[in-house]
Design a protein around this ligand. Structure first.
Ligand SMILES: Cc1cc2nc3c(=O)[nH]c(=O)nc-3n(C[C@H](O)[C@H](O)[C@H](O)COP(=O)(O)OP(=O)(O)OC[C@H]3O[C@@H](n4cnc5c(N)ncnc54)[C@H](O)[C@@H]3O)c2cc1C
Length: 355
């Protein structure tokens, strides 16, 4: 069986981002790479959005970028600007096409469906397949989004809605998220932060229909695309092995309080690429411990007091938008952290600190 210098398990966002980073930095000129991916064809399946706080390789896959957004709770809307850190949406279809076209140019890169097809004994492995299943013990961000096209101009495509909590909460945390790509086209997502104890929150189609028709009052529209998913709001457990690094969701690249992962994956890929020559001895890349700690407290409050969360998220955005964006994107300094923490209900958070 064939041997490779590097193996990437899972050719999704993290696996392909890493392979692309290595390829464009000429790290695969005299090294071989095998990518193991189950899927038989690549098509758009996710819309990766984030505040652009650092440069990345996929500007040409950005579907739309915004400099204004809103967040709202019943009867209150906050209008915010993100001029310094525009919010970008990457179309996964364009991403897969761009990366796969580039990787196919290099004969040192091979694609396989199963790890059993190759010899792994002397390879360094990057694994993006987490060994977790949806369960009811942990918190998840689970959601369903549809892209719709309206008959008439309806959306203001200069401004997106990050969180609309003016909806049925069902004793949990629920919001809608709307990304208007044009005046007639938008991705509208119903999102839950919960333990998924049962399927009672998964009537996504009903929730979206109700929101579009009775809340936004859009009568004539067509659904042109749908995506559904669940992001673990906990770190997958894995065994530490000398010849293996976990990447992507499997490698703890998700910011647990928000589910944002895409830009962390890009930063991790750059880090691995810079250190590839000595990768087995390189310090593990992780989301700063400060955020891991603050997020764990935040999630404890979220679990205990779901009814308080719409107000807490709304208040968080009373800080200057750049401060909140930097905080949520792992780029804040001590004073910016303090500004965010000062907006949180003190008693509730102090109690959560000691639980
Ligand atoms: C629908 C959706 C929308 C999201 N939106 C955002 C967003 O807006 N912003 C953001 O920052 N994050 C977002 N995320 C979170 C995160 O960015 C994505 O989940 C991202 O795709 C994670 O990359 P990954 O490589 O870890 O996992 P994936 O992209 O899922 O890649 C894993 C790959 O492994 C393959 N695979 C699985 N099992 C095996 C196996 N046994 N052998 C070989 N291959 C296997 C899969 O087919 C897949 O291609 C979203 C997640 C989902 C699910």
């Amino acid at each position: 069986m064939k041997e490779f210098d590097y193996i990437i398990i899972g050719g999704g966002c993290a696996g392909l981002s890493l392979a692309y980073e290595l390829e464009i930095n000429n790290k695969l000129k005299d090294k071989t790479l095998a990518i193991i991916e189950l899927r038989t064809e690549y098509k758009r399946d996710k819309t990766w959005s984030f505040w652009k706080v650092v440069p990345h390789n996929f500007e040409d896959c950005v579907k739309k970028s915004w400099k204004n957004f809103t967040i709202n709770i019943p009867k209150k809307t906050n209008h915010l600007e993100c001029l310094n850190y525009p919010y970008q949406s990457v179309d996964s279809g364009l991403f897969y096409e761009k990366v796969n076209n580039k990787l196919r140019e290099n004969n040192n890169i091979s694609f396989y469906k199963s790890i059993n097809e190759i010899n792994t004994k002397n390879s360094f492995i990057f694994n993006s397949v987490p060994s977790i299943k949806e369960d009811h013990l942990n918190l998840w961000q689970h959601f369903c989004g549809v892209e719709i096209e309206t008959q008439n101009n309806f959306f203001d495509d200069e401004i997106f809605n990050l969180m609309d909590f003016d909806c049925d909460q069902r004793e949990s945390i629920h919001f809608f998220y709307t990304l208007p790509f044009s005046k007639t086209k938008a991705l509208v997502e119903t999102t839950w932060l919960s333990k998924m104890n049962d399927d009672s929150q998964k009537d996504y189609d009903y929730q979206i229909k109700e929101y579009l028709e009775n809340h936004l009052k859009i009568k004539k529209y067509q659904i042109t695309y749908k995506e559904e998913g669940a992001i673990p709001l906990f770190y997958p457990i894995y065994q530490i092995e000398n010849n293996k690094i976990n990447i992507g969701t499997a490698g703890g690249m998700t910011r647990l309080s928000t589910g944002y992962t895409f830009l962390n994956i890009q930063e991790h890929s750059k880090y691995i690429c810079e250190n590839i020559g000595n990768i087995s001895k390189t310090k593990k890349f992780e989301i700063n411990k400060k955020y891991q700690f603050l997020d764990s407290v935040f999630l404890r409050v979220l679990e205990k007091h779901p009814e308080k969360m719409p107000g807490i998220f709304f208040k968080m955005f009373m800080s200057p938008p750049d401060t909140v964006i930097k905080f949520l994107s792992n780029k804040s300094n001590f004073f910016e952290d303090l500004s965010i923490i000062s907006k949180m209900p003190k008693k509730t958070f102090i109690k959560a600190l000691f639980k």
